[in-house]
Design a protein around this ligand. Structure first.
Ligand code: HXC
Length: 514
């Protein structure tokens, strides 16, 4: 064959291999509002940057007439490309080919690109759209999942791992995303569950739709498995690009630096917090008031709303914000909010992202539900994560800092580098009402007018403790600042901390209260 014929033959083979599961299956995919696997990859990467590998890989299934089946690319596309002109690795399962099910060669393609990403120290993006373990390939499919999970764990904390759920994600398929750093879901398209509606009906006799069982909203609001919720695939791809702009390419680097931009939030930082401490406000307004361009990229926006986490930039550099949200449950700490914040703090710490904590919370949520749900164990995760983190850590106490929450929210005692308090800060073992009831119970009970005595004692307690000056007098707070000084203090603290060294005792790893 002449070179020209060889080239024509190659082109024909490529075209055939790239056709996925054929017109009917692709038509079904499109009718559901889904893009094809190739379209998805192209939509995420820089234009014309994608290079595909293992296009001609064939499956090795032999049972159940599998040898007669041609599965193009074995149901998954792998390759490399760029985002912001920097290299990334990517794979996308192709549901049009055997339901994107995972057989031996499908898994090998994924583990090949995962190995590549880890060796090259670049992010890996996995697009999941799969019926799970390929039933006909038996234990080989299970082996394939195991090898993926192993690599997810090995890469954890070294390179960013993003999972995009763009279809069903059933059985073993859900555990790779659960091991990665960020999970993206899309309304009506994403479904995640261990056992599907069919199994539930057989075993429990209960009818439930896939959407109710494990749709995008379920995982964004209830389970906390998803970090980013989008209304369409295009919306989701924009979110992925935005996230990538905030994070470093691996754990030895810092995130991309952008020019400093002043905040442009419409409300002055002095006018955000109501003068009555019983009134709520949106803590995100304070984040916006101190961030470059007032741009805040929130993570897990719909889950455990009593705490807010996400990325912003201060003087051009990425920071991770952790902030109590007085608008929900007065910003209390509970099991879910502790989990949510602790994991994010560990992410920031692994990837050299300074943490800015904004504090306004009345403590841990009391009650049997929380105690029995394990608030001791879950709350401890937050203590562990802050104490363990060696990246620059700055805290601003805006208003309430009571009890265990005061300690947990990146206090000086857990290793904060800088702790600031607004003059509105209230730092004490518990809220004035609760404290007065316990400490002055006898005086209140014995008083002629107990209600009046109680009021008086609450005021006495407030005057003594519900301010930042007692903590400042002990050096637990570095400076009581005016709200308008907040951004300048954050900029200075982060500049000073740029070359922070915080050496801890050598160990294999700690035992966090998982
Ligand atoms: C082989 C599969 C498959 C699978 C789907 N297909 N899932 N083939 N193994 N796991 C094939 C179908 O046979 C069909 O092939 C094509 O993909 C499209 O599937 P449909 O069922 O027509 O699509 P749809 O109606 O959209 O339903 C999608 C679905 C359903 C909800 C995902 O296919 C489904 O329930 N699949 C099984 C899900 C599941 O229980 N997986 C868990 C596996 S066990 P044709 O040729 O007809 O087009 C597991 C354990 C691993 O994962 C544990 C590791 C720790």
């Amino acid at each position: 064959m002449s070179l020209k014929r060889n080239i024509l033959d190659l082109r024909r083979r490529k075209k055939e291999a790239q056709q996925g599961g054929g017109e009917a299956a692709i038509g079904k995919q499109v009718a559901m509002g889904k893009k094809t696997a190739r379209e998805r990859i192209k939509a995420i990467l820089d234009e014309n940057s994608f290079h595909e590998y293992d296009l001609f890989v064939e499956h090795t299934g032999k049972d159940f007439d599998m040898e007669k089946k041609v599965l193009h690319g074995d149901g998954v596309i792998i390759g490399t490309g760029t985002m912001y002109n920097q290299p990334v690795c990517i794979y996308a399962q192709d549901f049009t080919v055997a339901g994107g099910s995972l057989g031996l060669m499908h898994a090998r393609k994924i583990t090949k690109i995962m190995d590549h990403a880890l060796k090259m120290r670049v992010p890996i993006i996995g697009i999941n759209d799969s019926g799970g373990a390929r039933i006909q390939e038996g234990v080989n499919s299970l082996a394939g999942y195991g090898e993926i999970f192993y690599r997810n764990t090995e890469a954890s904390g070294v390179i960013p791992q993003l999972s995009v759920i763009l279809g069903p994600c059933a059985g073993g398929a859900v555990y790779s995303p659960a091991l990665t750093d960020f999970v993206f879901v899309v309304e009506n398209i994403s479904k995640m569950f261990i056992t599907g509606p069919g199994v539930i009906k057989t075993v429990l006799g209960e009818e439930i739709s896939m959407e109710e069982l494990g749709g995008a909203l379920v995982h964004s609001e209830i389970t906390g498995n998803a970090h980013f919720y989008a209304l369409s695939e295009d919306d989701c791809f924009e979110q992925i690009k935005k996230l990538i702009s905030y994070i470093p390419w691996n754990n030895t680097q810092k995130a991309l630096r952008f020019p400093t931009q002043a905040p442009n939030f419409s409300v002055s930082i002095e006018d955000i917090v109501p003068s009555d401490p019983h009134y709520p406000y949106d803590i995100r307004d304070i984040i916006k008031a101190v961030s470059d361009s007032s741009d805040f990229f929130e993570i897990m926006e719909l889950f455990a709303r009593n705490i807010v986490i996400g990325f912003g930039r201060i003087a051009g550099n990425t920071v991770g914000f952790v902030a109590n949200q007085p608008m929900y449950l007065a910003g209390v700490l509970d099991c879910d909010s502790s989990d949510k914040a602790a994991r994010f703090i560990r992410y920031c710490d692994a990837f050299n992202i300074p943490i800015v904590t904004l504090e306004d919370m009345p403590g841990y949520l009391p009650g049997v539900d929380q105690e029995h749900a394990g608030v001791i164990r879950h709350g401890a995760k937050l203590l562990y994560a802050y104490s363990e983190a060696t990246v620059p850590k700055v805290t601003v106490i805006i208003r309430k800092a009571y009890g265990g929450g005061y300690i947990a929210m990146n206090s000086r005692h857990l290793g904060a580098d800088f702790v600031y308090a607004w003059p509105t800060a209230e730092i004490a073992v518990m809220g004035p009402e609760g404290a007065a009831n316990i400490v002055f119970r006898k005086e209140i009970d014995e008083a002629e007018n107990p209600a009046e005595m109680r009021k008086q004692k609450v005021q006495e307690y407030k005057d003594k403790f519900a301010n930042p000056f007692v903590a400042a007098s002990k050096g637990y707070i570095d400076e009581v600042i005016e709200p308008l000084e907040t951004r300048a203090r954050l900029i200075h603290s982060l500049e000073i901390s740029e070359h922070k060294v915080d050496k801890r005792p050598a160990k294999k790893h700690g035992i966090p209260p998982f």
